[in-house]
Ligand binder design. Structure first.
Ligand SMILES: Cc1ncc(COP(=O)(O)O)c(C=O)c1O
Length: 379
């Protein structure tokens, strides 16, 4: 590792030079199948020609200007994201997932006049102050530099109906990681989210869905909350929202939109014209190229393929997949890497994560299944 870089990331021993589709080209000549999607960031695979075109044309047409002027591309990106939503009406653009969550938490506190944010004890929401304070996973939470009693957060156990009683009149909002991913891809029990939403309405607490990972089609609906039949007051997006270009968004209802004041949210780069072009193009391709159906087919083919493999279990949905086997996740990841297949791990040492592009082909899935079978046979 170069000494010029601050050494904060544990990295796998791959020196990546370029990528195309689902193929990662390393400097030692290896070609790897990417089932990690740059950490759930590339829903259309790498180097999609329509995105390359959007980026080049976008740069030629309008490289950058700040939010002090009107830009049609921003409106198109917002409309592209909101299209088809039953209840979300406005988008505010930012640069990352943590920033989108900070904005949602700020609005929840300001509009409710309450301070407390409740989230799941196994959640991950980002590395900045309010997002990290709302992050439940202990390995990340211990990095919090603010004293716990000043963080104004509380936690409920994911999926536990009994804990919903904690949503009372002191709570500004419940921030839900739609499918806790880093925790090991946990799906909510049937009816859990509608019950949580009903409790929020009774207590006058806002409902925020963090769809940074589960949104933009990854679960087979454009929005994760649609899969769980709830209507959050605010939804946060990032990761895949711009097909690999850094961007994030906060989506809100008309009611929240009407209460927002000039100047209370803002960022220089958020909503930049190139990011907006990438958002607009990505949302259009996800909807128009049948990719919402494709993610369901990808999950089904992997599920059918692992069925006969002893001790292998799948969880999750669409292209957000957790896999457990009789091998620890890190060992299985290493064996798959030896077969030139890149997968992720999670905070649960048993759970391997697959976060592939929605353009993954049947042949690529079968290559993974063969490699998985061989890796487990060696065990
Ligand atoms: C569910 C969820 N929320 C928020 C974040 C933070 O996003 P970012 O790294 O873009 O700040 C992540 C990142 O992994 C995430 O998975």
């Amino acid at each position: 590792m170069s000494e010029a870089l601050l050494d904060v990331y544990p990295r796998l021993p791959i020196h990546l030079e370029r990528a195309q589709g689902q193929c990662l080209y390393a400097s030692d000549g290896r070609e790897l199948l990417d089932l990690y999607g740059g950490h759930a960031v590339t829903p259309l695979g790498h180097g999609h020609p329509a995105l390359t075109r959007a980026l080049c044309e976008g740069h030629r047409e309008l490289d950058f200007f700040s939010n002090s002027l009107h830009m049609a591309v921003q409106r198109r990106a917002a409309e592209g994201l909101l299209e088809g939503s039953a209840h979300l009406r406005h988008a505010h653009f930012v640069n990352s997932g943590t920033e989108a969550n900070e904005a949602a938490i700020h609005l929840a506190r300001r509009l409710s006049g309450r301070k407390k944010i409740l989230s799941f004890d196994c959640s991950f929401h980002g590395r900045t102050q309010a997002s990290l304070a709302a992050t439940g996973l202990p390995g990340y939470r211990r990095r919090l530099s603010v004293p716990e009693d000043e963080a104004f957060n509380g936690f409920i156990s994911f999926g536990a109906q009994d804990d919903l009683a904690a949503i009372d009149e002191s709570v500004a909002a419940v921030l839900c990681e739609s499918v806790p991913s880093l925790a090991g891809v946990l799906m909510p029990p049937e009816g859990y989210y509608p019950a949580l939403e009903a409790r929020c309405r009774e207590a006058g607490a806002l409902l925020i869905f963090d769809e940074v990972q589960g949104g933009c089609g990854r679960l087979g609906h454009f929005f994760a909350h649609e899969r769980f039949s709830v209507q959050p007051d605010m939804v946060t997006l990032a990761k895949g929202v711009a097909g690999g270009y850094p961007a994030g968004a906060l989506l809100v209802t008309a009611g929240i939109g009407a209460a927002v004041e000039h100047g209370e949210l803002g960022t220089t780069f958020g909503g930049g014209p190139m990011a907006c072009r990438m958002i607009e193009t990505t949302a259009r391709l996800i909807r128009e190229e049948g990719l919402l159906q494709r993610v369901g087919q990808i999950f089904a083919r992997i599920a059918a393929g692992v069925k006969p493999m002893e001790g292998v279990k799948l969880r999750g949905a669409g292209c957000l997949i957790g896999l457990t086997s009789r091998l620890p996740a890190k060992m299985l990841q290493k064996r798959l890497l030896e077969a030139n297949i890149l997968v992720g791990t999670s905070a649960d040492p048993r759970v391997l994560r697959l976060l592939p592009a929605y353009t993954l082909t049947d042949e690529e899935i079968d290559r993974f299944l063969d490699a998985l079978g061989s890796a487990l046979a060696e065990a």
